[in-house]
Design a protein around this ligand. Sequence first.
Ligand SMILES: [Zn+2]
Length: 248
Amino acid sequence: MDLSSLLPIPDLLQAKRLMAFAPHPDDNEVGAGATVARLRRQGCEVIYVIATKGDAGSDDPQLTADELVRLRQQEQQRALQILGDGPIVFWDYPDTLLKDHEKALQQDVLKVIREYQPDFVMAPDPWLPYEAHPDHRTLGHAVATGVIMAPFARAFGQSATPVPSPAIAFYGSAWPNTFIDVTETFDLKLAALAAHKSQFGPPLGPQLMMYLTLYAEENGQKIGVKRAEPFKVLTPHHLHFNAYTWHC
Ligand SMILES: [Zn+2]
């Protein structure tokens, strides 16, 4: 018997309630926007959780932090509307400093998973080699930990009603095991990215969109479609004491 048959990879396209975690407004669109749009089209509920305020995301010294935060929240709301809409939970952790708040973040991740009880969560892959942004590593780890701790009532000193662990789909993974055909919804991803005007003006925006389009075409070739988004999809059993996870 093959090990993979003991622990099959869940089908992301069967998700009924997806909670998509992002370190900053725009990360869900960059990593998974077209998949979010496809899931919304087929009736999956989508809840966004944006961990930081995004207050470091500007090179404009004239813009105050408060103005930038307000602007980026509006852009995030518009972007999710384009993808099919849903509630957004905005946390107020400081941009680039998420690591300093790891304990509180872990508590919040666990609480929000228990409150909404998603069957799937998404997060940036914290094991992406060469990932230099500390917020991406910190949030990815916190969400993976939240997945394995959800069924334990007293994890992290909480006293809560346990809930089943959701499956997790890491976006931006170097070792994807799932490719979602997004040929029909890729244009929505580009439109949602364009809604993040404060982040993706010229020249970066057009370059990023060209890169993401080529990346989607390359991933599409792996499953014989025009465009695909790649994910590393895992169960809680893959996320603890499992040397096999590296290969699956
Ligand atoms: Zn980010």
